[in-house]
Write a protein that binds this ligand. Structure first.
Ligand code: NAD
Length: 470
């Protein structure tokens, strides 16, 4: 099998060779998964829950191996621990709720006493997942878990930037033969993703808007559904009556965690003018306390830029912002340490809506602050974006928080907290604008994306009134 050299984000060195699944290998995996899906479906939801639970235990046994692999992939440590626990937590949550969600309800009566309806669900036989590099483990499985429990086989194409976790995951899978035949990882670049779309019955894509558009076009040509979870430029609104210190701490986390490399990272912050300077100083103070995780991966909160090309984009956004008058209260640059690239945690003021750093996704630990004078202006500024993934509102007036949140064009709004969708997956949410397309990936309803409803309309043996009178 051909190999693709993989860069280490801490050293910049190529220190891993990733196997590349060519289209023929992807087709072979797909054929095998379609066979495996028959036994997987036949096992029933209880059998699937048992297999997934056994797999989670096999993963737990490999915790330290998995954390090492994720650290090599991403150059950070504590986020890998959170990611690992969140993934196993998601397995447990889905296993707990799937039997009830998939239980056949009683037949339904209709307007005619002799006809009733039974509801069936037919899972898509083979679901494809294409995932990005920012949370390699969690995002390769977040859609796969409900799909598997619904009875689908799943083929995952993880990001070529972060493939080192896959052998550890496969070793855990090998312990559960039933699941091993229903879940496979195919590594490779974008062309492996294209080959996957040619084989599957439904595709779940998480990644950039530009790739998402290509995925949707290819899926449309094949007439298969594409669920798209794309980029964002999430806005936070801080009103004067908010607990400003709490808001500053929440936003320091929500904009800087994982070095800003999260789709639901807060990348713009609007602050009521009367408290702007006070809030900016508080936030800058908290953010200035965050250290890079160099040279010690386990110390410091800010990991390296995981994908090298991202560094050039961040530098472009910063240069454009400085050229248009923005100032850094803290941080402000991309720095290099022995081949790895880090973006300093940064708070910007004098930012405006004509700056790339306010309009386009930066995917970096940078938060530009902009003042507003009224609630209406705050909402208007938040909604002045091509994206609509999530957002945040800080105010002690809950009625105002809800009024503002309802007007925001965003799939989820955290209130007096930041980026809650990273860890709280119970609420259904759908994207606005360029941030995605399709059903909710969160909440119990998200399992409904993975089966078609089938209705069985049952006549108990009497003629229906609209039949020909013969
Ligand atoms: P990307 O679009 O470059 O790549 C994502 C995946 O698509 C990779 O596995 C890649 O190999 C694959 N791919 C590339 N070309 C393809 C093609 N033509 N056909 C099929 N697959 C192809 O995204 P990225 O840089 O890995 O990830 C960062 C982006 O992901 C950011 O924009 C971020 O906001 C977004 N993201 C969104 C969410 C969400 O839930 N909305 C979550 C995490 C990340």
């Amino acid at each position: 099998m051909e190999k693709l050299p993989t860069r280490n984000p801490r050293s910049g060195a190529v220190d891993y060779q990733m196997p590349v699944f060519a289209p023929r290998a992807v087709a072979a995996e797909a054929a095998s998964l379609r066979e495996g899906q028959i036994a997987w479906l036949a096992a029933g939801v209880d059998g699937r829950v048992q297999a997934m639970t056994a797999w989670a235990q096999a993963m737990r046994k490999r915790r330290s191996e998995m954390l090492e692999a994720l650290a090599a992939d991403t150059g950070r440590w504590s986020e890998g621990e959170i990611e690992f626990e969140a993934t196993l937590g998601a397995v447990a949550r889905w296993c707990q709720q799937a039997p009830e969600l998939l239980a056949a309800g009683p037949d339904k009566a209709t307007a005619l006493p002799h006809i009733r309806v039974a509801q069936g669900r037919v899972p898509y036989a083979l679901v494809g997942v294409i995932s990005p590099w920012n949370f390699p483990l969690l995002l390769s499985l977040i859609d796969a878990l409900p799909a598997l429990l619904a009875g689908c086989a799943v083929m995952v194409k993880p990001s070529e930037v972060t493939p080192r976790f896959v052998p550890v995951l496969n070793a855990a899978l090998a312990e559960v033969p039933l699941l091993r035949e229903a879940l496979r990882f195919v590594t490779g670049p974008g062309s492996t993703g294209e080959a996957l779309i040619d084989q599957v019955d439904l595709v779940c894509f998480t990644g950039s808007v530009s790739t998402g558009r290509r995925v949707a076009e290819q899926a449309a040509r094949r007439f298969i559904p594409a669920q798209l979870e794309l980029g964002g430029k999430d806005a936070a609104l801080v009103f004067a009556d908010a607990d400003l210190d709490l808001a500053a701490k929440a936003l320091a986390w929500g904009s800087m965690v994982n070095a800003g490399q999260s789709c639901m990272s807060l990348e713009r912050c609007y602050v009521e003018r009367t408290v702007f300077d006070r809030f900016a100083a508080l936030l800058a103070e908290h953010v200035a306390g965050l250290q890079l995780n160099w040279p010690d991966i386990r110390a410091g909160a800010i990991g390296p830029i995981i994908a090298a090309p991202q560094a050039a984009l961040i530098r472009r956004h910063l240069e454009d912002a400085y050229a248009k008058g923005a100032r850094a209260l803290t941080g402000g640059q991309v720095v290099e340490h022995e081949g790895g690239l880090w973006c300093q945690p940064t708070v910007l003021v004098d930012a405006t809506h004509d700056m790339q750093i306010v309009r386009d996704e930066t995917f970096a630990p940078i938060l530009p602050l902009i003042p507003f004078d009224s609630e209406a202006e705050a909402v208007q500024l938040a909604n002045d974006s091509a994206y609509g993934l999530s957002g945040a509102v800080f105010t002690c007036d809950e009625a105002r928080a809800m009024r503002v949140a309802r007007q925001m064009k965003a799939g989820a709004v955290s209130i007096n907290d930041a980026s809650l969708t990273a860890l709280i997956h119970e609420g259904g949410k759908q994207s606005f604008g360029l941030s995605g397309l399709g059903g909710t990936r969160m909440g119990a309803k998200s399992i409904e994306r993975f089966y078609r409803l089938q209705a069985y309309l049952i006549n108990d043996g009497r003629p229906s009134p609209w039949w020909f009178a013969i």
